[in-house]
Design a protein around this ligand. Structure first.
Ligand code: UD1
Length: 360
């Protein structure tokens, strides 16, 4: 069996790593890794390959940034050529980024089977680019590998046959389990004692200047009570720079460059609380038992709210202040670890793929 994995951006890398590692145990499986180059900065890409022990990509498409249409189209054009050359049995795609949907569309049109890891998640918010990517990718996939039970319900409502769906669990948590003991705190100048961790890069939070300013003002107030460490995504950095002199002075909001995977894990593990709009951090904080306040109106990962440590804040900054106070007074949300978030999801993917392949 020849599997061709496609990854492109930061949140894909921690998902592909355990899958490649698990398939390496199988001598009857050939693996090819394609990196589309959607993320190309060393601290958004190379450092993850090193820390997650992902082999060098066999193929780099080097597409870079662009509008959604341009980036997606460029990936499709370059990927089609490579996939025709390699003729894999399966194309495996991960998560919900533009690279995911682009590769799925190319493979499906060529009649090559598509397996989607982290299928069936829905925010029900079609203004999110990722939601459109999820919907299209799942319609095109032959095998839908899910990380939580509600995914199967979502897929059934969209007419996806249950036969194609397999609840394997959360591969991101395989990576958390694999590396959590090695997680080294980075040296953050000016930080001692308790802190909150913040990440924020969604267009809905950072692209509208008024929204961004309102959030930054609330964060400034919160940082007076509890210092905030803020590894900043390039998109957010550019948007804040564009605000110029309007940005509130906040000496305890400690902005640092994006951090690697093990540093991110350590920063989460030792944080008093996490504030984020990332999908990955909502899941990682649930796995680590750290309270998470999500600055979004919705989440495609509701199990982190119903079972885990996550609370949805939306953009109501008074609610954010109240929830931070709750955590600081010892009334933060405790959670449980969802089923199949046990570090063995990749192993289950290997078993499923082996059995599915015998029947086609
Ligand atoms: C992408 C994913 C998002 C994911 C996020 C993680 C889509 C639609 N979005 O969003 O789901 O949560 O990655 O980071 O696929 N840039 C750099 N260096 C890079 C890459 C990008 O500076 O290596 C800058 C560019 O100015 C670019 C901007 O960041 O225009 C946004 O990058 P892009 O890949 O379009 O989307 P992300 O916001 O990173």
């Amino acid at each position: 069996m020849h599997l061709l994995h496609v990854v492109g951006a930061r949140p894909n890398f921690m998902k592909v790593a355990p899958v490649i590692r698990a398939f390496r145990e199988r001598s009857d499986v050939e693996q090819t890794l394609v990196h589309t180059g959607q993320h190309y900065d060393p601290n958004l890409s190379d450092i993850f390959f090193e820390q997650l022990e992902i082999p060098r990509p066999d193929i780099s498409l080097e597409v870079g940034s662009g509008s959604h249409a341009r980036q997606t189209a460029e990936i499709m054009i370059r990927f089609e050529e490579k996939v025709l050359e390699r003729q894999p049995d399966w194309v495996m795609v991960y998560g919900d980024i533009n690279s995911t949907v682009a590769a799925a569309l190319v493979a499906a049109k060529l009649g090559i089977k598509v397996a989607h890891v982290e299928a069936g998640l829905r925010s029900f918010d079609r203004t999110m680019p990722e939601e459109l990517n999820r919907l299209v990718t799942d319609q095109l996939s032959d095998l839908l590998l899910t990380s939580s039970p509600e995914a199967e319900v979502n897929l059934a409502k969209e007419g996806v046959s249950g036969e194609k769906v397999q609840f394997v669990g959360n591969v991101m948590i395989d990576t958390v389990r694999y590396l959590v003991d090695k997680a080294q705190m980075p040296d953050i100048p000016g930080l001692s004692g308790e802190y909150a961790l913040l990440t924020m890069h969604r267009p809905s939070n950072v692209d509208v200047p008024e929204t961004l300013l309102r959030i930054l003002t609330a964060l400034r107030d919160i940082s007076e009570k509890l210092p905030i460490v803020f590894p900043i995504h390039p998109r957010t950095k550019a948007r804040i720079a564009a605000l110029g002199g309007d940005v509130p002075e906040a000496p305890h909001l400690i902005v640092v460059d994006p951090v690697g995977y093990v540093e991110s894990l350590a920063l989460q593990k030792h944080a008093k609380l996490v504030m984020t709009d990332s999908g990955g951090l909502q899941e990682e904080t649930t796995a680590l038992g750290i309270p998470c306040l999500t600055i979004r109106e919705n989440t495609e990962r509701p199990i982190t709210v119903t079972e885990g440590t996550n609370t949805l804040i939306g953009t109501d900054m008074d609610l954010l202040r109240t929830e931070v106070d709750k955590i600081l007074t010892g009334n933060g949300k405790a959670g449980r670890i969802p089923d199949n978030w046990d570090g063995r999801a990749a192993e289950r993917i290997v078993n499923v793929m082996a059995s599915v392949s015998r029947h086609i």
